[in-house]
Design a protein around this ligand. Structure first.
Ligand code: ADP
Ligand code: ZN
Length: 807
């Protein structure tokens, strides 16, 4: 009898276990198990979840047959991960410095991750008292430490020491398929005919049901649909059951996250010349079955979405599927509506706002091929679509595409990987592409397609930059300049709408002079220094430079130098004091916490039931309201003060995005940007809608500062409960890196992180700037392997390549 072996990644995230283990496949599972399936396997003294990554008839050379354990049971009947996704997990584990199991679990929907249930079982005689009180006279009970008193836990621990009880761990499948009651109609026409002739004249409802059944022999109808259709009560159904006109069955029910959303069908528009050109170039690559990334650089409102949709249509017509990524889809219900309006029920939606159940159902619809267009946020990039013909990454510059904790994958990079795998076009779209992306297009790695005009003839709005230092010169503390007040009043008078944005990014983390706009910067890195209230100091988080907080401004001598900050609620109050008649919708984290509330507010605003939409950055993206003729940015500066070399880029992007909300239809739009640094190039170039100009200027800044895209950046972070240990260990790392890298990289730090202490751990970081990716990757892998050995002593180390946040 030949043996079969399975290579399995076990659910034990650690460096030592970060490779496949070989298990014996028991006889009865030989025809069942395949790569991509989940199983339960013994590991050490417990049972854990495992994912099969390979099946073989031969025992790998380095494994001894005698120690081999067997797979306990299968958790799936068919693979939940296909070959592509298994390959992808290996690639990502390698490039993001994450454990393979963490990647695999990220790819799978939550519902397919296992829960572990613990039980304790009596295996020896114990006191009757214990048996009754703790075990409720049972042999085995679930073990959940919270439900026992301290005394009881002491008793249990003693029983455990004396081997009187055993622990048993069960791997529990979380995947729950929702079912609903349904009725299957009889196919026995004769029985039904007879019933009909026997029915009493006044049994109208029964007659009605019976005729319906006779017209739909053998069909299955859900109880809900049947009752809606025929307006019949439970008693009628019960009688029908007794007479065997139908039988009760359970049917699988897919939870539809968009049930509450009304969707109108939307027709394709006639493309303008630039759109048509982009459309043809992308379709051509698709027809040739070639991998080709495109950068679709189009100003806001230039009709990028229309291009995506029409290329998608072409791809679907050729029986391929489409993956459409958008940033934080919950934030753009308008976009969902547009896609669903075009493609209807073949659209699946994946985003973090779904319940695990809804997500699992959408996932299954995709996996079975019922959904052929997937719209989703970051993790939707792992959608189990097969036969992909097109991948779209809308607003490709958005930082939400990068996962900020383990595994630190970037959805755009994953999209490109999948594009290459399937040999298809990938569209990266943006009005303000990430510098890295734009630089690649410059070098011809991506093909650049530009849309320079607003579609449908609308004009870009006129942008006015207001110097808030002048507004505050009078000493009045206000969030509204005279110009903005005036324009707001006009809008209210003309019954037009306004969008107001309060930028919360980088809030109150830095110091600024209210009289001259001066922000203290560190002399080495030229970055805004971060305020530390604990030590009452300013620190540079790249190089560690530290100064005390100034009491007077070194530039103008003013005493009004302080941290900057205000909240949306405060602004709303001031707004209502200024314009008591205005109808205001406030949209921020507080008011949008409830599911669907954001969509409701946006719809309300769309119906013009409010005059002003006041919100945080969340309102900057993707909104398309024709009546909005004024956009106000209350504070353009806050992001400039972030201790991050992306600060100018993020500010430029945000201002461009939010300005794009004005004047999208016939009415000309206006934008008012309030700033303490009105001359800053990010603000001035955004005012002129000049992305190419910004690109050039910022590339020069990056070149001088040796930042990306000229250099690769990696952040190495260490944390420890003991502040000294964290610092000492990371200093050793820095010395080791210096020894191996010598002149080939810039090593900054170690320094405490901007948020230096969290949950009783101290955080330090090193920043690496380098050119030789292979060399540094190798070193970082060695570092990661070695770090695992130190972990036992309490040090945690993590590696983040191309970090998007330095906080
Ligand atoms: P973007 O995604 O570049 O911001 P959209 O696709 O949202 O731009 O288009 C902006 C507006 O222009 C939308 O209202 C859209 O319906 C309209 N539009 C797009 N393409 C065309 C076209 N070819 N003709 C007329 N209107 C168009
Ligand atoms: Zn510095």
């Amino acid at each position: 009898m030949t043996n079969t072996f399975a290579q399995i990644i076990v659910d034990v995230p650690a460096m030592q276990t970060n490779h496949p283990y070989t298990y014996l496949v028991p006889e009865h599972l030989k025809s069942v198990l395949a790569a991509g399936m989940r199983v339960e396997v013994p590991f050490g003294h417990r049972q854990v979840l495992g994912i099969i990554v390979g099946i073989s008839a031969q025992l790998p050379k380095d494994v001894s047959a005698s120690k081999l354990k067997a797979v306990t049971r299968a958790l799936d009947l068919a693979p939940v991960l296909n070959t592509e996704l298994l390959n992808l997990s290996r690639y990502l584990a390698e490039t993001t410095f994450a454990f393979r199991i963490s990647i695999l679990k990220t790819i799978l929907p939550n519902a397919l991750k296992a829960d572990y249930k613990h039980y304790i079982r009596l295996v020896d005689e114990v006191d009757n008292h214990i048996r009754t009180k703790i075990f409720k006279d049972l042999d085995e009970i679930p073990f959940n430490p919270q439900q026992f008193s301290d005394d009881e836990l002491v008793i249990l621990a003693r029983l455990r020491r004396h081997n009187q009880i055993e622990m048993r761990i069960e791997v529990q499948d979380r995947a729950k398929i929702k079912t609903a009651v349904a009725y299957q109609f009889s196919e026995d026409a004769e029985l039904l005919e007879n019933s009909l002739s026997e029915l009493k004249q006044n049994a109208k409802k029964q007659q009605q049901l019976l005729s319906f059944i006779m017209g739909h022999l053998g069909e299955t109808w859900s109880k809900h649909d049947l009752q809606q259709k025929l307006v019949i009560g439970d008693s009628v159904l019960k009688q029908a059951l007794n007479k065997e006109w139908l039988t009760k069955v359970q049917v699988e029910q897919l939870r539809d996250p968009l049930k509450a959303m009304t969707i109108d069908h939307v027709k394709a528009l006639t493309l303008n010349a630039e759109q048509q050109m982009a459309y043809e170039k992308i379709c051509h690559q698709f027809d040739q079955q070639r991998y080709q990334p495109f950068l679709l650089e189009g100003i806001t409102g230039s009709g990028k979405t229309e291009v995506y949709l029409q290329v998608a249509q072409h791809v679907l017509k050729n029986n391929k599927t489409v993956l459409f990524l958008v940033p934080e889809i919950a934030l753009t219900p308008q976009m969902v509506r547009r896609v669903k309006g075009r493609f209807g029920h073949q659209t699946a939606i994946l985003h973090s706002g779904l319940t695990d159940g809804e997500r699992y159902d959408e996932w299954r619809r995709i996996e079975r091929g019922e959904a052929t267009v997937v719209v989703g946020a970051r993790s939707a990039v792992f959608a189990p679509l097969s036969n992909i013909g097109l991948i779209i990454v809308d607003e490709e510059h958005e930082t939400t595409y990068k996962q900020n904790d383990n595994p630190r994958y970037h959805a755009r990079e994953v999209a490109l990987w999948r594009g290459r795998y399937h040999q298809i076009p990938v569209i990266l779209g943006s009005a303000t592409p990430a510098l890295e992306t734009r630089a690649r297009a410059q070098r011809g790695v991506y093909e650049l397609l530009r849309l320079t005009q607003r579609a449908g003839g609308a004009q870009l709005p006129h942008v006015e930059v207001i110097d808030m230092k002048e507004t505050l010169a009078s000493g009045e503390e206000t969030n509204f300049s005279d110009v903005l007040r005036e324009k707001l009043a006009q809008r209210l008078e003309n019954n037009e709408q306004t969008v107001l944005m309060l930028n919360r990014r980088g809030f109150s983390s830095f110091v600024m002079c209210r009289d001259c706009g001066y922000v203290p910067r560190d002399p080495n890195c030229n970055l805004a220094m971060t305020l530390h209230m604990d030590s009452h100091s300013l620190k540079c988080h790249y190089c560690g430079h530290e100064e005390s907080i100034p009491h007077t401004c070194p530039q103008c001598g003013s005493k009004r130098i302080r941290y900057y900050g205000t909240g949306t609620e405060k602004v709303e109050k001031e707004l209502l004091d200024l314009f008591p008649q205005a109808r205001v919708i406030r949209m921020d984290q507080d008011t949008t916490r409830k599911k669907g509330s954001m969509d409701r507010m946006l719809q309300q605003f769309g119906r013009h039931e409010a005059d002003i939409l006041l919100g945080t950055q969340m309102i900057a993206k993707g909104l398309d309201f024709p009546d909005v003729t004024l956009v106000g940015v209350l504070n353009a500066d806050t992001a400039l003060g972030l201790p991050d070399f992306h600060a100018s880029e993020r500010t430029f992007q945000l201002l461009t995005q939010v300005s794009g909300r004005a004047g999208r239809a016939q009415k000309q739009g206006e934008v008012v940007v309030q700033s303490f640094n009105p001359q800053h190039y990010a603000i001035q170039l955004a005012k002129n809608h000049d992305y190419p100009g910004f690109y050039q200027r910022e590339m020069a800044v990056r070149h001088a500062g040796r930042y990306s895209p000229y250099y690769f950046i990696a952040q190495i972070q260490a944390s420890h409960q003991d502040e000294n240990q964290a610092s000492i260990q990371l200093t050793k790392v820095a010395q080791w890196l210096k020894k191996h890298l010598q002149q080939q990289a810039v090593i900054l730090g170690p320094t405490p992180k901007p948020i230096a202490k969290m949950r009783n751990r101290y955080y330090f970081q090193i920043i690496l700037k380098y050119k030789d990716q292979q060399l540094v990757d190798n070193l970082l892998h060695v570092l990661q392997d070695n770090a695992q050995k130190v972990t036992k002593k309490g040090l945690q180390l993590s590696i983040d390549k191309e970090p998007i946040s330095f906080m």
